[in-house]
Design a protein around this ligand. Structure first.
Ligand SMILES: NC(=O)c1ccc[n+]([C@@H]2O[C@H](COP(=O)([O-])OP(=O)(O)OC[C@H]3O[C@@H](n4cnc5c(N)ncnc54)[C@H](O)[C@@H]3O)[C@@H](O)[C@H]2O)c1
Length: 316
């Protein structure tokens, strides 16, 4: 039986990955800060090793004896500005995973959770004129993105030197469908950067379609958590795929102007288009994931939105 170590296996993404791996017949070991297996209702066969990524001997204990490592544990916002902690967990922690793989020699594959922040999506300094594919130069604009890119490079070099394969998966902004209205369409998310004329009389709960500062349509790319999990599990199962960096994103991009009026009318909220400083359009190219992994994301923006609106109505 193949044993997979999932670091961060009780997190938002990890718990679904663990469930799916168990269902697919893998033996799963989770490495986490605390044991939440029972609270999350995960299968009793799931083994938990508690420890901290920052402590090498903890990581070594977790890696010893496994065949595949799926490295999801990391910190990110709200720790964005705690850059020393970000470095310790996300860079030193990944170094510990790689060093343990080298020392133990048993794990032959590493699947790693990287991010669209390596391209600097949304508020990048650069304009993107075509969908972002994996060959494009990366220009992260924050330490989270820089450190994830450093991870990708470390992984590639260690894998080559020490004879294991890897799949670096770049997740485009992941969220549960039920969160998308609050995270994306509420005025409060943009308030500080809305141009002053468009901000007048706006209530934080109002529904908005953010536009580029020049008034052009703004689009970006998100992903439903379940589609990210599909991609991760495919990367683990697909033994023929190795030494690759692959984008994971929704099947279509989000163009706010197409949806904001529907959201507002269903919620009975006022809505308007607002120009936002600093935004840049971007969309993901997911052809590589489809071709190499057989990735087939189910959650289009429309499907996510319908689910989000249904959960808003239930919550009313
Ligand atoms: N959420 C997003 O939008 C997004 C986007 C791109 C990439 N990612 C990446 O995907 C991965 C999973 O994200 P998530 O949303 O499930 O995050 P999450 O915070 O829900 O889960 C991360 C897990 O890692 C564990 N962890 C944190 N620090 C640890 C440490 N020092 N030692 C051991 N375990 C530790 C936490 O307990 C947590 O359960 C992360 O690597 C993240 O950087 C997330």
């Amino acid at each position: 039986m193949t044993t997979v170590l999932v670091t961060g296996g009780f997190g938002r993404v990890g718990k679904h990955v663990v469930e799916q791996l168990v269902e697919s017949g893998y033996k799963v070991r989770v490495f986490e800060l605390t044991d939440r297996r029972e609270a999350l209702g995960l299968h009793e066969s799931v083994e938990t090793i508690t420890g901290d990524l920052m402590v090498y001997k903890d990581v070594l204990r977790a890696v010893r004896g496994v065949d595949i490592v799926c490295h999801l544990a990391a910190v990110f916002p709200p720790f964005f500005f705690e850059e020393f902690r970000l470095f310790d967990v996300n860079v030193k922690g990944t170094f510990h995973v790689l060093q343990a793989m080298k020392e133990c020699g048993n794990a032959k594959k590493l699947v790693f959770a990287s991010t669209d922040a390596v391209y600097a999506t949304g508020c990048s300094l650069d304009e993107y004129t075509s969908p972002l594919d994996e060959t494009m130069p990366v220009w992260p604009i924050n330490t989270y993105g820089i450190f994830k890119y450093m991870n990708e490079v470390m992984i590639e070099k260690y894998a080559r030197l020490h004879g294991f394969s890897f799949v670096n998966l770049r997740f485009f902004w992941l969220m549960d469908a039920s969160e998308m209205i609050d995270l994306l369409f509420r005025a409060r998310n943009y308030m500080d950067n809305i141009v002053p004329e468009d901000r007048e009389g706006l209530h934080p709960d109002d529904i908005v379609a953010p536009l580029l500062e020049n008034g052009d349509v703004f689009f970006e790319h998100i992903t439903e958590t379940r589609d990210i999990c599909q991609g991760i599990v495919l990367a683990i199962k697909n033994t023929g795929v190795g030494s690759e960096t692959i984008n994971l994103a929704a099947p279509d991009r989000l163009d706010y102007t197409k949806y904001y009026e529907i959201v507002a009318s269903r919620l009975g909220k006022p809505c308007r288009r607002v120009r936002v400083k600093g935004l840049k359009n971007y969309e993901a190219d997911i052809r590589k994931a489809k071709k190499l992994l057989g990735y087939s994301p189910e959650f289009s923006v429309r499907k996510m939105m319908d689910e989000a609106l249904a959960s808003c109505r239930r919550g009313m």
